[in-house]
Design a protein around this ligand. Structure first.
Ligand SMILES: [Fe+2]
Length: 400
């Protein structure tokens, strides 16, 4: 009896994250123009060689004759990690274009007899109108057991959020398919309905190599510096310019002369110089200012803060410190502009926040999510604990 139980147990373990002929891990990502396009990515086993999407305007009923069909790209990836069973997947990726701004659409992926369910999402409006999004600090650990309730609480709080943003360290050990299985289980159908945007953290790299899952299972913009496709990029969402800087590409981006620092600085200056949107938010994994007592990222701050201040960036959203800190501050009082910086955490790994002058609000040992609304001249920010208590809030306002 014992022997049968062990065999069954191992068999279940081996299969838990294996792909099948049925699409799974269906996820939307923001494109560089989310008012007219959206990116969708999904996974199957290797018997499925086509990437097909059917999409139609959302209506009370799905109309079998109303769909447009899009074809995407299919690629193969083999994942192995320690003693875990090797996983060979086909990843399918499609950018759906020609959509109308501010409209709801229904779509499914796969092919006849092996379709996903129909998902529904909304494109960004092309006229200034209120919208909200969710921001998460590091999920990273115990994704199924203890992070899942955070993303579900966030979705319950703001089911009409327009996208979700992650400040890196989505899993703990880059390359482990089993951890990605838990991340996808935690968010489940939410990823197919709400476009996701992520910047990588140090745990999304393994010895300075980006987790191969990243650009296979996400279809993120490739409009940043060459070599940083899907990790350093810009999205214009309504009246917001949203920028991802990759602060994990060179460990903690401490080499001031490295191409990773130099190209991202030049690129950031150019996308801010040409910006036409009212609001600017930058996300990156490393905090500009740390809550944790013995941590500081002075090199990052010295190199990027003058650029953020020159172009009056509004808000910086980060992770990495496994605690909460938030404050408006500067190292350069003569610049005449102070950026609001936030460090947050959504997963259960925790460090103690120190007592640092830059923080207007700090906290330790709290799993959190943030809901951010932009309504013309106002940005309304609220941070909630996993059990739904308001933990922090502020408002940024513009005059024009
Ligand atoms: Fe980190």
């Amino acid at each position: 009896m014992t022997c049968i139980f062990i065999l069954w147990g191992n068999g279940m373990k081996a299969q838990v994250n294996a792909p099948s002929i049925i699409p799974d891990r269906v996820i939307l990502n923001l494109t560089e123009d989310p008012s007219t396009s959206v990116a969708v990515t999904w996974r199957t086993d290797t018997t499925v060689t086509n990437a097909v999407v059917e999409i139609q305007p959302a209506a009370p009923m799905i109309d079998a004759k109303a769909s447009k069909t899009f074809s995407g790209k299919t690629s193969t990836q083999k994942y192995s990690w320690g003693e875990e069973p090797e996983i060979v997947s086909h990843h399918h990726s499609c950018i759906i274009t020609g959509l109308k701004p501010g409209k709801k659409y229904a779509y499914r992926v796969g092919y006849p007899d092996h379709w996903s369910e129909w998902f529904q999402f909304q494109t960004a409006s092309d006229i200034a109108s209120p919208f909200s999004f969710i921001y998460f600090g590091d999920p990273q650990n115990d994704l199924k057991s203890r992070w899942s309730r955070v993303i579900r609480a966030a979705y319950r709080y703001q089911p009409d959020c327009h996208f979700m943003l992650y400040a890196g360290d989505l899993i703990n050990r880059a390359g482990t398919d089993r951890e990605w299985h838990e991340w996808f289980l935690a968010g489940s159908f939410i990823y197919g309905m709400v476009p996701q945007m992520m910047t990588p953290g140090n745990h999304d790299y393994n010895d300075l190599t980006l987790d191969p899952h990243w650009n296979k299972q996400f279809t993120l913009p490739a409009n940043g510096p060459k070599g940083l496709e899907g990790t350093c990029y810009v999205v214009d969402y309504n009246n917001l310019r949203l920028i991802s800087i990759d602060s994990a590409v060179d460990s903690e981006l401490e080499n001031e002369n490295g191409w990773q620092m130099q190209t991202q600085k030049a690129w950031l200056d150019s996308v801010l110089r040409t910006n036409t949107r009212k609001w600017v938010i930058v996300t990156t994994h490393l905090p500009f200012y740390s809550p944790k007592a013995n941590r500081d990222n002075k090199v990052l701050r010295n190199n990027f803060q003058p650029i953020l201040e020159k172009y009056k960036v509004d808000l910086v959203l980060t992770g990495h410190d496994h605690s909460y800190g938030r404050g408006k501050t500067t190292d350069n009082p003569q610049s005449g502009h102070e950026v609001m910086y936030v460090v947050s955490v959504s997963g259960p790994k925790m460090y103690e926040a120190g007592d640092k002058d830059w923080m207007e609000r700090s906290g330790s040992f709290k799993q959190l999510f943030q809901a951010i609304t932009i309504d013309n001249n106002e940005l309304i920010y609220k941070s909630f604990t996993a059990d739904g208590e308001l933990f922090d809030e502020f408002k940024l306002s513009k005059n024009e």
